[in-house]
Ligand binder design. Structure first.
Ligand SMILES: [Zn+2]
Length: 402
């Protein structure tokens, strides 16, 4: 509960407006009296803040349904909801093979989507800015919109992203270190840019739209080319210092082990990432060396299902390494829920892997976390990027109310 006496009036107003907007977003439509109960703020404060939010156009009033809303006869109760038309934002997920784009309104309703192949898995910063700007315009054109209709763009990229500084410290998608990508994109697109690590945005997507709704502590683990982790602690994304936390892929599972893309040895990613599996799978997929990584992964899976011993041993070892990595996560964070996502999950994450993980977790009276697989495909990441942009736009608008 917010302590109204211990903080300055302007801070109270901003923090309280933040909380009220979040409650309306999570419990839409909701009555003022229920917001007061939910937040512990006084009815007078709620009335004043919701008047501000209404005047800013961020929320709107709706009459509760007479039958379902519990309205008294002759005087319908009024609920508050997020006003979708307040803003449109764009979310973009950049992957090595493709980019996906969603356009959503302020209430999170999708109004457009767009997919395009990336010209190259690893690009120079200028080329990436040009590419992202071009796909923004293509997606908007297809939706019959222009840049002036959009309030902000959220972008997810793999690698180490210093969110505060807007700098990508390292990414497999960029051929340089320490790229000030946020400022470059903001200049090129002419609007605020919210840039984050892609798995943090997957966690945000789960929190806003998926399995993480109303879960205080959960972790998203993704396996594609690399291994990513998004941590939500007490409802907030945990990034660590320098934006380089949550690098599950680079935790060590073997002393002096396989070579990782980061240049070190024995990282989890060097055993379970797509590139690591394909590196081992040469003889299994030998006849299809010209195929793309996705088809090669499919061949590896098919060979394993057909009983090919090499394919089976590659996937079994990856599964053992993956369950070790997951058990370490559970033993450190003890989350309520672990959500496994990413295109390679169906190869790695069998019930055996989940069972082995639970065996390696510290055994005591408390229940083990739920571990579930949720693969939305690339749209999830883009929706997370859009949710980040919505939060950024909310924050900017509320700051004006101080
Ligand atoms: Zn590594």
């Amino acid at each position: 509960m917010l302590n109204e006496k211990s903080v300055k009036p302007a801070s109270i107003r901003k923090s309280a407006a933040d909380i009220v907007l979040a409650v309306i977003r999570n419990h839409s439509p909701t009555a003022r009296i229920d917001i007061a109960k939910n937040t512990g703020l006084s009815p007078a404060t709620i009335t004043s803040i919701t008047a501000d939010l209404l005047s800013k156009g961020l929320i709107s009033e709706v009459a509760f349904d007479q039958a379902g809303g519990g309205a008294k006869r002759g005087r319908p109760r009024v609920g508050l909801k997020i006003r979708g038309a307040a803003h449109l934002v764009v979310g973009i997920k950049l992957a090595d093979k493709s980019a996906s784009v969603v356009i959503v309104d302020f209430d999170g309703e999708q109004v457009g989507q767009f997919f395009i192949a990336t010209p190259s898995a690893c690009q120079a910063p200028d080329a990436m800015v040009e590419f992202l700007t071009a796909i923004l315009d293509l997606a908007l054109e297809e939706a019959g919109l222009g840049r002036s209709d959009i309030s902000a763009v959220g972008i997810g990229i793999s690698g180490f992203v210093d969110v505060e500084a807007g700098i990508v410290r390292w990414s497999p998608s960029l051929n340089m270190h320490d790229v000030a990508l946020q400022a470059a994109l903001s200049g090129a697109m002419g609007m605020p840019i919210f840039l984050d690590n892609d798995t943090n945005l997957a966690a945000r997507a789960e929190q806003r739209f998926g399995l993480g709704q109303n879960v205080r502590n959960f972790i998203v683990v993704s396996v594609e080319q690399g291994v990513g982790m998004g941590i939500v602690i007490d409802g907030k994304i945990y990034r660590g210092n320098r934006g380089a936390g949550a690098e599950l892929g680079h935790t060590k599972v073997q002393l002096g082990g396989a070579l990782c893309r980061c240049g070190q040895r024995g990282c989890l990613e060097a055993y379970v990432g797509d590139y690591a599996l394909l590196r081992e799978a040469g003889t299994v997929i030998g006849a299809s060396q010209g195929a793309g990584p996705e088809q090669q992964m499919e061949l590896l899976l098919q060979a394993s299902e057909a009983g090919n011993k090499v394919a089976c041993s590659i996937l079994e070892r990856a599964g053992r390494m993956f369950s070790m990595g997951l058990a370490n996560v559970v033993n450190i964070f003890a989350p309520e829920l672990i959500i496994l996502s990413g295109s390679s999950m169906r190869l790695l994450c069998t019930q055996k892997v989940i069972g082995d993980t639970k065996k390696m977790c510290i055994q005591f009276g408390a229940s083990q976390p739920d571990i579930c697989i949720h693969d939305w495909g690339d749209l999830m990441w883009a929706m997370g990027a859009a949710a980040y942009a919505i939060d950024g736009v909310s924050e900017m608008t509320l700051r004006e109310m101080e």
